[in-house]
Ligand binder design. Structure first.
Ligand code: AMP
Length: 581
């Protein structure tokens, strides 16, 4: 396998990559970098954002640049200011150890005077949006006379945004251009047109394009009536504590209204849309990157340049009209080898759109239930308990307040105290969800199974804590028993357990067969969820190898199943049996 050290990049670059903690080159880097180092011919790279394409061309560019020469040698064109800034940021990191290297980004929406000043510092690399670059050329603020390397990044996006003539003009004005590298998520006739006009004997390299599968994305959809859309969004957010995501809306107005509503209700979110000026948008991105915001509510256009790697969820408040746009949205998660979830809220009528997108992304979407109130509360309870278990109070805090804390609570039973703390944390959620309505738009009427073979809902004692996702659960089932993956429906993966539906006449066989299996060394237990309801809406959170809670406190049992972090001491009642509040 190709490693970064085997690539014979210049020493400063290899060092910087190691500083950044990159271990192995991504597939597009493995294909492109060796070619561009040994023989920097013209190339087309078909790869979308998130594949590591910036480094795929950025590292070879920096490898070839001559730092001693103080004029623009490399030009990177990109469609949006956000992307320009990110490319500059990325490349600055790669070139951090190259003394004398200057990389300047110029893009619209910012005062041109400051950029003209920056250009006077003689950068070797300029990253630019086409419109602003032409403006600067007209003002003679920079010269492209000595540019040898030109990169067209997200060429398809630039063309979609109407930059064709600008690109032509810029490329015609690069007389010393020897190497043209074009990157694009998709290959259209227009993209090929640029190549034909401006590139010679190019080679093509391709990895996951917009239409191919990113298997790390779990596509889920939730069916709600149109008037319940906002409540569904809210419930999904509450059911996903720890979310770090993007919520997509179709219109700026929705974007603004939904984020205002969410903010009023205490969520850390912010809108991001085209009516906000650049300063505000940069501010939002800063807060999002610093994790001061749990979600951004964005329109497609504004979100184009968001480059954040660890996005856990993308939520489609509404599906986009164009299925291609769905792939751009969902591609914001599951980047750089991570996994992610893309949730779409759809009305019953829109299910056919889901089928269309399924064909495009070549992946099955999982129909999931909008959680009920009890599930939300339980999820948050577990999340909070985990946070308590993982909290590491600072030493001086403990020292300063230990005595006062001890004095105040010396007489209070430890379990009582824990319950109070958790109650304080959860009481608002409990208030909200006490009588929460069922938001699922009745699918039972639409996809009725044949008589005599109604589907059965099964409980399994594996959940997120076992590394399970909807997809992995389906895979585990289909690998263990003879059942088609399409027959497994309504999968709900919770922290410690999951539920799914199968055709009624297969239920017994599946329970029996799977119950003899192990998953990652743990004995699997399955039950008919309806029959196990006495254990709390489907048996919920109990590990199979533990006694059922009728004899023991639910609360302490659950905490222990998070890895014995409770010190083994929490006993006592509380969250028992059926009653979950
Ligand atoms: P890009 O597709 O260029 O937008 O890159 C996506 C993200 O992946 C960037 O934030 C890079 O810092 C990161 N990245 C690029 N190459 C690697 C690599 N070989 N290993 C780990 N992360 C990488």
């Amino acid at each position: 396998m190709i490693t970064f050290s085997s690539l014979s990049l210049r020493e400063e670059l290899t060092q910087a990559i190691s500083d950044l903690g990159f271990e192995t080159p991504t597939p597009i880097q493995q294909k492109v970098i060796p070619q561009l180092l040994s023989d920097p011919i013209d190339i087309i790279g078909l790869a979308q954002t998130g594949t590591g394409k910036t480094a795929a061309y950025g590292l070879p560019l920096l490898h070839h640049v001559d730092i001693a020469v103080k004029h623009v040698q490399c030009l990177v064109l990109s469609p949006t200011r956000e992307l320009c800034m990110q490319i500059q940021e990325e490349m600055t990191k790669y070139g951090a150890r190259m003394r004398g290297l200057r990389i300047t980004a110029v893009y619209g929406g910012m005062p041109i005077a400051a950029q003209i000043r920056e250009l006077r510092s003689n950068p070797q690399v300029v990253v630019a949006t086409p419109g602003r670059l032409i403006d600067l050329l007209e003002r003679k603020a920079l010269s492209l006379a000595d540019v040898e390397y030109v990169v067209l990044d997200e060429a398809d996006e630039m063309l979609n945004m109407g930059f064709r003539e600008d690109i032509d003009l810029i490329l015609k004005n690069t007389p010393a251009r020897e190497h043209t590298w074009l990157f694009s998520a998709t290959m259209s006739n227009e993209v090929r047109g640029i190549a034909k006009r401006f590139m010679k004997d190019w080679k093509e390299f391709s990895v996951a394009t917009a239409n191919t599968t990113n298997e790390n994305i779990d596509h889920q959809y939730y069916v709600a009536q149109h008037h319940n859309r906002y409540e569904t969004l809210r419930r999904l957010l509450d059911f996903t504590p720890g979310i770090y995501g993007i919520i997509f809306t179709r219109t700026k107005q929705d974007c603004q209204e939904i984020s205002e509503k969410l903010m009023k209700q205490g969520y850390h979110v912010s809108p991001l849309h085209g009516d906000m000026d650049q300063k505000m948008r940069s501010k939002v991105m800063e807060r999002f990157k610093a994790k001061q915001l749990q979600c951004i509510v964005a329109t497609d256009v504004a979100a184009r340049g968001i480059d954040v790697n660890d996005i856990t969820h993308v939520i489609n408040y509404e599906l986009p009209d164009d299925p291609e746009v769905y792939t751009h949205r969902s591609g914001r998660t599951a980047r750089a080898g991570k996994s992610g979830i893309c949730m779409s809220i759809v009305s019953p009528k829109q299910i056919s759109n889901i089928r269309q997108i399924e064909r495009l992304v070549k992946q099955k979407f999982h129909k999931s239930d909008i959680p009920d109130g009890a599930e939300v509360v339980r999820k948050r309870l577990f999340f909070y308990m985990e946070q308590i278990a993982e909290a590491a109070p600072k030493a001086d805090f403990a020292k300063l307040y230990r005595d006062s804390i001890h004095e105040q609570f010396a007489e209070v039973d430890k379990d009582e105290l824990i319950r109070k703390l958790i109650w304080l944390q959860l009481k608002d959620t409990i208030d909200i969800y006490q009588d929460a309505e069922d938001l699922n738009a009745g699918y039972d009427n639409r996809e009725k199974p044949a008589r005599g073979n109604r589907s059965a809902r099964l409980f399994i004692n594996l959940g997120e804590k076992d590394g399970l996702t909807t997809q992995k659960l389906i895979q585990f089932i289909t690998e263990s028993v003879d059942i088609d993956e399409n027959a497994i429906e309504r999968v709900t993966v919770r922290d410690l357990s999951s539920f799914f539906n199968v055709p009624g006449n297969t239920a017994e066989y599946i329970v029996e067969t799977l119950s003899s299996k192990k998953f990652k060394g743990r004995k699997v237990r399955l039950e008919d969820a309806e029959q196990s309801k006495g254990g709390g809406g489907g048996g919920g959170e109990y590990r199979g190898n533990r006694p059922k809670p009728s004899s023991g406190p639910r609360f302490s049992g659950d905490v222990r199943s998070y890895g014995n972090r409770d010190g083994g001491g929490s006993q006592g009642g509380g969250y028992k049996g059926k009653k979950r509040y």
